[in-house]
Each structure stands twice: as structure tokens, then as C-alpha cells.
Design a binder for this molecule. Structure first.
Ligand code: SF4
Length: 279
């Protein structure tokens, strides 16, 4: 079966070849962290998430905080059936959510694994948003919460940092489709049990790009729920510094001016390597 799961549309047969994401025809998991508390409070909840970090990535950003797993494809390999059993073996009552982290390149396999899975806690699709609308429709059937990271507006920036010249076009369409499929945010005991939380990480020197992303959200999403992140850590070859507190403040003030008050805003002290999971 040839793979067209994401906007790269490599068309490779993953049983014998690898596309841009580096994944083969099994679900590769780099790490599972129990009671993961590093997401937004409505995702981590009081018990923490069951965080599943998938290997490989269809975006492979230069500044990726999880580059050790995203820029390769190692770990434990599972068929969809084995993945389903893996999830079933956890006592899910001990977690607030199931956090599927960077899952896009396993969309077809996860659809198969989770199609009739009745989860007692929300399943969160924690992605880069570089996704196809028809694939979003399929995964909407088993995912409760979308947590897309809306990264760039400018095509030159996305090309330089993520090899994706059409990032904005694809991500904006994917996010609008997520909202169409999960139009209402529903919380149970402070945990987002259905809905969409849009993340945006402000990059050093890219305040204007962040403003354009926020403009798009403000104009196109009726009741946006956002998470404005500033914990950028310079790990790649393009950025040599952290985000300045003033840069974050300018973007934050702009978001508030647009009326984007419903969401999460960060303290920049969190821009530390200690927030990067070790693999
Ligand atoms: S999921 Fe991987 S192989 Fe499939 S189209 Fe995307 S990058 Fe290519």
C-alpha cells in the first residue's frame, strides 16, 4: 500500500521503502511516559497523561525539542493490533488523557488500531497540523481532542525550518477541519474531553509571523481556545538564542488585543533544557 497519509504525499510502499517521515509499516514508539504533566492543565489533568511519543516525523523541524526521536525512527515497533493491546494493558483510570504525540505519519495504522476502541478517557491528537483534511476526517472518529501546533504563516520560514513550503495552506485547512469536526469544547473535571486547543510557539525574531498566525485564528475561528508558548530552546542550526521576554510580551499583547483571551499563556522561565524529555 502506497502512503499518502500526509501532505508530503510520498507515494512510497512503506513495507519496502521510507518516505520523508522515515517510518515503515509498523507503529514505532520511542517512549511512553506515564502521568506526563508537561502539557496544558486541561490535557494533563490532575492525574497526568499517558504520553506516547512516536518515532519519526513528517515535518522534522530544525529546532525540534524531541529531535532524537523525530529525526530518526527507532524504538519499539507495533502492528495496529499490538498497539491496541498495548493501550488496553494500561489501567486508563489512572490517567487524565491518552496523549498521542507526533502521530500524523501513523494516521492509517492508528485509525485501524483505534477504530472501535472505547476509551474511558479522552484521546488527544497532539500534532504539528501538517496534515490532510480527509485524514483529519478519518481520525476524528476515534480522537476526542485535537491539539495542533500552528507553527508558521510565512512559506519561506516553513520551507527553511521544516522543508514544507505549503505548511500554512495545509495546516490552516487541517485546523479548520478539526474545528468543524469538534466544534464545541467540552470539559469534564477541568479536562478537555472534546474539542480543539490550538498551540503556537513564538520563535526568536519571528514576532510578525506569530501575529499573522494569530490574525488568521482570530478571523477564522469563532471561539478560539489557544495556548501561546514561549519556551523556545535553541537546538537547531538556525536559531542561536532563546526567545526574548519582550518578544513574547509583544505577541501576547497582540493576542489579547485581538480578543484571544481564552487559553494558556506562559512564563518564559520555562525556556529550559530541563523541559525536554530525555530519550
Ligand atoms: S506519512 Fe511519511 S511516507 Fe506517508 S506521505 Fe507522509 S512523509 Fe510520506
Amino acid at each position: 500500500m502506497k502512503c499518502y497519509d500526509c501532505p508530503r504525499e510520498c507515494g512510497v510502499d512503506r513495507t519496502t521503502e521510507r518516505g520523508f517521515c522515515g517510518a515503515n509499516d509498523k507503529i514505532a514508539i520511542a517512549k511512553i511516559i506515564k502521568n506526563f504533566m508537561w502539557e496544558e492543565p486541561c490535557i494533563s489533568g490532575s492525574k497526568g497523561a499517558l504520553a506516547i511519543f512516536f518515532s519519526g516525523c513528517n515535518l522534522r523541524c530544525d529546532f525540534c525539542q524531541n529531535y532524537k526521536i523525530s529525526h530518526g525512527c527507532s524504538g519499539e515497533f507495533y502492528t495496529p493490533e499490538e498497539f491496541r493491546k498495548l493501550i488496553n494493558n494500561f489501567d486508563l483510570s489512572k490517567f487524565s488523557s491518552i496523549d498521542l504525540i507526533t502521530p500524523t505519519h501513523y494516521s492509517s495504522f492508528l485509525c485501524e488500531a483505534l477504530k472501535d476502541f472505547k476509551s474511558p478517557i479522552p484521546i488527544v491528537w497532539n500534532s504539528s497540523a501538517y496534515e490532510k483534511t480527509d485524514v483529519i476526517d478519518k481520525i476524528s472518529q476515534f480522537v476526542d481532542v485535537f491539539l495542533p501546533d500552528f507553527k508558521y504563516f510565512d512559506n519561506n520560514l516553513s520551507k527553511k525550518l521544516s522543508f514544507a513550503e505549503n505548511y500554512f495552506e495545509k495546516a490552516s485547512s487541517a485546523i479548520l477541519q478539526m474545528i468543524k469536526n469538534k466544534p464545541q469544547n467540552i470539559f469534564i473535571d477541568g479536562v478537555l474531553s472534546k474539542g480543539v486547543l490550538i498551540r503556537h510557539l513564538v520563535l526568536p525574531g519571528q514576532v510578525k509571523d506569530s501575529m499573522k498566525v494569530l490574525d488568521f485564528i482570530s478571523k477564522n475561528v469563532a471561539r478560539p481556545f489557544i495556548s501561546l508558548m514561549g519556551q523556545f530552546t535553541p537546538l537547531g542550526k538556525y536559531f542561536s538564542r532563546k526567545l526574548k521576554p519582550l518578544e513574547y510580551k509583544v505577541v501576547l499583547n497582540y493576542a489579547l488585543k485581538l480578543g484571544l483571551e481564552n487559553g494558556y499563556f506562559q512564563e518564559l522561565e520555562s525556556a529550559s533544557n530541563s523541559f525536554i524529555p530525555k530519550f
